[in-house]
Design a protein around this ligand. Structure first.
Ligand code: NDP
Ligand code: 2IT
Length: 451
């Protein structure tokens, strides 16, 4: 078939929308990738005739299941659980589990799709998957969390395995939840394997996994600044979120000499003009443990700060911004405000935090802008290193792992430069990440034929 006979970008997106009704997040993630991939594959016949993008944008499978559990008052509660196995062309499915009331099939399909490119970018052999439930962990007792995790794993266990699909944490799932799920998997199967990552250090976990996503997002930011001869010393940073990714991103910014002005949660953001120091970050970590505290209580502990209810922090003037909470938390107007206020770099700790309009604003302004699939890949990368350590039945030291994380983030940055260089000193990191991630997965799929 001649290249000109192939479906064009608009035709492709119409098909994606038709086949995925009411799945706006999934359609958005596919569009962001397709915008770059259609140009790249324009003259590459194999990718067209083998329908590679069409196949990556159709999950290998979506497993949906009922999760029943009993709350502390004896009420029977029913939630829905999913595992989306998007693509395993270059390794076992790999990706986190999210527990949040906003979780839908669309959200998990977008996350599994993004994860496929992200994992390829790390250079490690991992395919893309994601799972979760519309369970809301806020306000639940530890016993309720345990019963929910056990019930969730009682179905999930039959779909995962150390060489099949290896889940980890995400929003609402941290070390405690991974412990409950790992315990249940081991109880059901009788196997002690590296079936989950983000495990405790005593039972197969890896050093620096907890810190890796936030630290990695700042390493990537530092790499982008370095291309312009700059570093983080003295730079002001605006961060959203106050969970795992946000607090560790803040910590690394402070270590590299920057000043963090904001963090947030779903209730609003705090602005601390004196800067959020390590001592204050430690307070946030302790306060938000197991989703108990609210960020608005920060102003009682540190009266120099102000709380802005129901608002996001993007209108606060800053040099660099790190959205680290959730998808579509930074919209077109927010992106315009950041650019107008002189922000020079954005590094996404969260997955797809910027909507498509915002992405286009950043690209047009030609600022340093790293999409989540590149900037937040440090977490899954250290998960990949946890898998290697589990398979080899050994543990690397902290300094070895720190170096490996640095090297992997440098490698992702290099791959983005290689495919995103637009000339005139401007790198389109979105394009670079999309093409580099796509090419690796696509070439593996070509090797396998039509399967
Ligand atoms: P946590 O559960 O530790 O923290 C989530 C934070 O985001 C909380 O501050 C939470 O506020 C806020 N948040 C969640 N949902 C919303 C919402 N709808 N609106 C406003 N704020 C919200 O999760 P993580 O830090 O692990 O994850 C944050 C982001 O990073 C997610 O996009 C995740 O996919 C991504 N990510 C995580 C990785 C990891 O290793 N953990 C790896 C790569 C990406 P509140 O307390 O009010 O709910
Ligand atoms: O979005 C992500 O990359 C994660 N939540 C981490 C996935 C993992 O397998 O460590």
């Amino acid at each position: 078939m001649a290249v000109s006979d192939h479906v064009d970008f608009n035709g492709f997106m119409e098909g994606v929308k038709r086949r995925n009704p009411h799945q706006d997040e999934f359609v958005q993630a596919v569009q962001e990738v397709a915008e770059d991939i259609f140009d790249f594959i324009a003259d590459k016949e194999d990718y067209h005739s083998e329908q590679i993008l069409r196949r990556i944008a159709e999950p290998d499978r979506v497993v949906s299941f009922r999760v029943c559990w009993e709350d502390d008052k004896g009420n029977i509660r029913v939630q829905r659980g999913w595992r989306v196995q998007n693509n395993n062309a270059i390794g076992p499915y790999k990706g986190g589990i999210r527990f949040h009331q906003s979780v839908t099939e669309s959200v998990l399909k977008f996350l599994a799709f993004e994860q496929t490119f992200k994992n390829a970018l790390t250079g490690l052999p991992m395919g893309g998957g994601k799972g979760g439930s519309n369970f809301n962990p806020k306000g639940k007792s530890t016993r309720e969390i345990m019963r929910f995790c056990q019930s969730f794993m009682t179905e999930l266990y039959r779909h995962i395995g150390a060489d099949i699909d290896v889940p980890a944490g995400d929003i609402g799932v941290g070390g405690r939840e991974i412990g409950f799920m790992f315990g249940q998997y081991k109880r059901i199967t009788g196997e002690f394997t590296g079936v989950l990552t983000g495990k405790g250090l005593e039972w197969g976990g890896s050093l620096i996994r907890t810190e890796a996503t936030g630290y990695g997002a700042v390493y990537f930011l530092a790499n982008m600044l370095a291309t312009k001869g700059m570093d983080l010393g003295g730079k002001t940073a605006v961060i959203s979120g106050s969970g795992n990714v946000a607090t560790h991103a803040a910590e690394k910014i402070v270590q590299l000499g920057g000043k963090v002005l904001t963090v947030s949660d779903s209730g609003g953001f705090i602005l601390d003009p004196d800067g959020i120091t390590q001592e204050k970050i430690d307070w946030i970590k302790a306060h938000k443990t197991h989703r108990r505290g609210r960020i608005e209580e920060y102003v009682e502990a540190f009266p120099g700060a102000a709380f802005h209810a129901g608002k996001t922090p993007w209108h606060v003037p800053c040099d660099v911004a790190l959205p680290c909470a959730t998808q579509n938390e930074l919209l077109g107007d927010d992106a315009r405000a950041l650019v107008a206020n002189g922000c020079i770099a954005v590094s996404e700790g969260a997955n797809m935090p910027t909507d498509l309009e915002g992405v286009h604003v950043f690209k047009k302004a030609r600022i340093l802008y790293a999409p989540g699939k590149a900037a937040n890949a440090g977490g899954v990368a250290v998960s990949g290193l946890e898998m290697s350590q589990n398979s080899a039945r050994r543990s690397w030291t902290e300094s070895e792992l720190q170096q490996m994380l640095r090297d992997i983030m440098d490698g992702i940055h290099e791959r983005c430069l290689a495919y995103g260089d637009q000339g005139g000193g401007y790198t389109d990191y979105v394009k670079g990440a999309n093409i580099a991630g796509f090419k690796k997965v696509a070439d593996a799929m070509l090797a396998f034929g039509v399967v």
